[in-house]
Structure formats: structure tokens, C-alpha cells
Ligand binder design. Structure first.
Ligand code: PGA
Length: 237
């Protein structure tokens, strides 16, 4: 397995180091296609990137809840818009239509877009505590493309926490790019923070390459950079 591992000494540096690596990774491409994730891990990175103002790119959405209205503040597309895309003036966005009346047609539309546009230049991804990437939950095949995914119970729990939501009426399904799409990315940056990710990071990188740990596809991913804090790396050394 071949990757570039960068250990970030603290949160602020995690953000600025990642922003530097991000800008470097897209510096040789005009209007690159870039996947960006949502989640707690990326907050410092987005703060640093807002200050750095990178060259324009085409944003490609990684995943999105299924079935929410277009104005719902919980939509990942709205989160990303607020946090990074609007502040940077990125207006070319390939985003899922959460409320598409025919989900099959929506997955086909996005697959088609990816096929027509060519491989993504840079995929920035996180990892869930159960090893998911995007919303590819354990069991997702490594050759799968865009699909609707039923969310694991712990994923729903973690996602409710983003919104401090305690009710039952939370999306149980989501659209996601597949691992097959992510494997085509020319470059990948994996961001990992916190002790609670240490065990799954160890399994993903050093355990079997298996659909039980979707992020283990990274073991064969060319052009991979990992930025992690020391807590996340505590079992790897
Ligand atoms: P987190 O989410 O950054 O909020 O931990 C990462 C993920 O689930 O992919």
C-alpha cells in the first residue's frame, strides 16, 4: 500500500495543512472536478480554505439525504453551500436532487454525468466509525456506481447529532457516489480526526481489504494522501 501520510499536530494545523495539500493537488488542472465531504472532520479545513481562496473548481457532491425538500437546511448541498461553496464563489455544482420523484432516474442522471465528464480529479473524503465512505455502508461493493443506500443505525445516529435532532423522522436513505466512482478519482485525500476513528482507520489501512470495511478500498488507491491527527493515528504509529 502506497500513500502519503501527514500527521497534523492540532486542529488549526489540520485545517491549514489540508488546505495547502488541497490547493497543491488541483494546481495543475484548469477547472478540476472535486468531491468534497460534509461532517465534523472538515470544519477546520473549510475555515482554512475560505481564507486561502483556491482557483475555481467544479464541485461534485459525494452524498445526500434522499427525500428532503430543496430548501431543507439539513441538505448536505445546503451545508456545503453555506460552509464553503458560496464563500468561495464556486457556482458549478453537480448536486443530487434529494426530492427527485424517481430515484432510479436520479442515480442514472448522476452516473451519466460522471461518465460524460470523465474521472474526478480530486476526491476529498472522510471515514465513518463503521468504515463507510460517503454513504457507502459496510457491504457496499467496490465496483458499485451511484446508488440509493439505506443508512446504518450508527450513521443515522451520527447524522442526527449534526442537527441536534432527536425525533424519529430523519432520512433513512441517501444518494451516494459508489466506491466504483471514488476509485476512478485521480487523487484522493482522506481526512481523519479523533480517537473514535483510530480503530476503523487501522482496520481500513492494515486489515483485510473487504466490503465489510468500505474504506479498505483505499489500500489499492493510487494518488492517496492521508491527513490525520495523532489521536486517529494512535493505533498505527
Ligand atoms: P464526521 O463524518 O467527519 O462527522 O466524522 C465522516 C463520515 O461519516 O464520513
Amino acid at each position: 500500500m502506497n500513500y502519503n501520510l501527514i500527521k497534523a499536530p492540532n486542529s488549526a494545523e489540520f485545517g491549514s495543512i489540508t488546505a495547502d495539500i488541497f490547493c497543491q493537488a488541483i494546481s495543475d488542472t484548469v477547472l478540476p472536478k472535486v468531491i468534497l465531504p460534509t461532517g465534523e472532520t472538515v470544519r477546520d479545513f473549510y475555515a482554512a480554505l475560505r481564507a486561502k481562496k483556491p482557483a475555481p473548481f467544479i464541485y461534485v457532491q459525494l452524498d445526500e439525504y434522499k427525500g428532503l425538500g430543496s430548501q431543507d437546511p439539513k441538505l448536505f448541498s445546503n451545508w456545503l453551500a453555506r460552509d464553503i461553496l458560496d464563500p468561495l464563489g464556486i457556482d458549478q455544482r453537480m448536486i443530487f436532487k434529494s426530492d427527485a420523484p424517481q430515484p432510479d432516474l436520479e442515480t442514472q442522471r448522476v452516473s451519466q454525468w460522471l461518465n460524460n465528464s470523465g474521472p474526478v480529479d480530486l476526491a476529498v473524503i472522510g471515514i465513518g466509525s463503521n468504515g463507510h465512505v460517503g454513504f457507502n455502508e459496510p457491504g457496499s461493493h467496490f465496483d458499485q456506481s451511484v446508488h440509493v443506500q439505506t443508512l446504518a443505525a450508527e450513521t443515522i445516529r451520527a447524522n442526527k447529532a449534526y442537527w441536534k435532532y432527536e425525533g424519529d423522522d430523519f432520512p433513512s436513505q441517501a444518494y451516494t457516489l459508489g466506491i466504483g466512482d471514488l476509485r476512478k478519482a485521480k487523487k484522493t485525500i482522506l481526512l481523519v480526526k479523533g480517537q473514535e476513528k483510530a480503530a476503523i482507520l487501522q482496520r481500513a489501512l492494515l486489515g483485510d481489504m473487504t466490503v465489510d470495511v468500505p474504506a479498505s478500498y483505499l489500500q489499492r488507491q493510487a494518488g492517496l494522501t492521508i491527513v490525520a491527527d495523532s489521536a486517529a493515528l494512535s493505533l498505527i504509529g
